[in-house]
Ligand binder design. Sequence first.
Ligand code: PMP
Length: 406
Amino acid sequence: SATPDWSAIRGDFPLLTREVNGKPLIYFDSANTSQKPEQVIAAVDDFYRHHNANVSRAVHTLGSEATEAYEGARGKLARFLNVRADELVLCSGTTFAMNLIAYSWALPKLKAGDTILLTRMEHHANIVPWQLVAERTGATIKVANLRPDGSLDLDALYAAMTPDVKLLGVAHVSNVLGTVNPVREICKEARKRGIVTVVDGSQAVPHMAVDIPAIGCDFYAFTGHKLCGPTGTGALWARKELLEAMPPFLGGGEMIKEVSFDGTVFNDVPRKFEAGTPNIAGFVGLGAAVDYLQAIGMDTIHARESELLAYATKVLSDIPGLRIIGTAPGKAAIISFVVEGAHAHDLATLLDIEGIAVRSGQHCAHPLLQSLGVSATCRASFAFYNTKDEIDRFAAALRKVRTLLA
Ligand code: PMP
């Protein structure tokens, strides 16, 4: 297929034309949240201007338009990930999805003597809910370590899959190291041992074609705001039988069929897990985001971002005193780095003066940073709308601020 017009695509993102501190903005924080194209902003605007009503309640025209728009977005997301629409629970994001699994699946199932296996590179969203479960059930948490390049030590991970392990939580892609984990192989090994698998797809879905059934996991969670969609959107996928066997997480409207003070009949899945009025406009926007990304093509996006990553890695490697953390082969377009003699927050603050947005700190992954022996890193994360020219200006700014701090 023809090479896309990347400069026209960049032009779809109105925010990228603004200035910060008198300099053209360079946005290298897409792993934190992505920017939104005009098409997404327009879809949200159109919903509020022309179709706004609540879903699944009113018989009037607007009510059915809103329901169709919301369910239409669910269908788009399902096709995007190759899953059934009725197996996709729409929610506010990965954090919500992980807590849903923790409270509805793990809390009733786990007991003292059981083990939850996690990896050293997990985001707090895939750590803290399990700690809450462990505290209440008496289960314990075991952690699989990494190799020096930031990849998972698979032999150690498989050796850690002992008979007491009931659940494995693993990131598809690390938000700090960029490591892409072989989740298909990992889930296969877990399945052989009867371990339920929870894959955190937050950093994978925005950057590569993800076919959830091909991974063979039990649960897959992701967030819409990193996928060019609005904040407060995301989803949890699980097989229908698994969702049906789980008790509801939150109770309220929408998640019921019948309520009396003698008892309540819950709605069918996935609605059983969608209590209250959902983020309707947000999901309309996320549906538009999926349309937008699919029109470019996820493989095309992945190739573009890999090219930006390779270029940035080369350019940054030439900067004295700069060390990249996370060098696993085939990684995603995320570069964490430290600069000798300069604190990450100071670097990020000086880069901001140059109009450059990078994240600094511990990236919601305290245990990972502790194991790496660094107190904080700067993280430059790229999206398909970034350019090589921005990377050159970033490198020049880094050289400048480095001499200021050294
Ligand atoms: N997991 C990973 C790997 C992430 O990068 C993030 C977002 N930083 C999350 C989970 C949490 O996503 P959210 O804040 O949207 O719930």
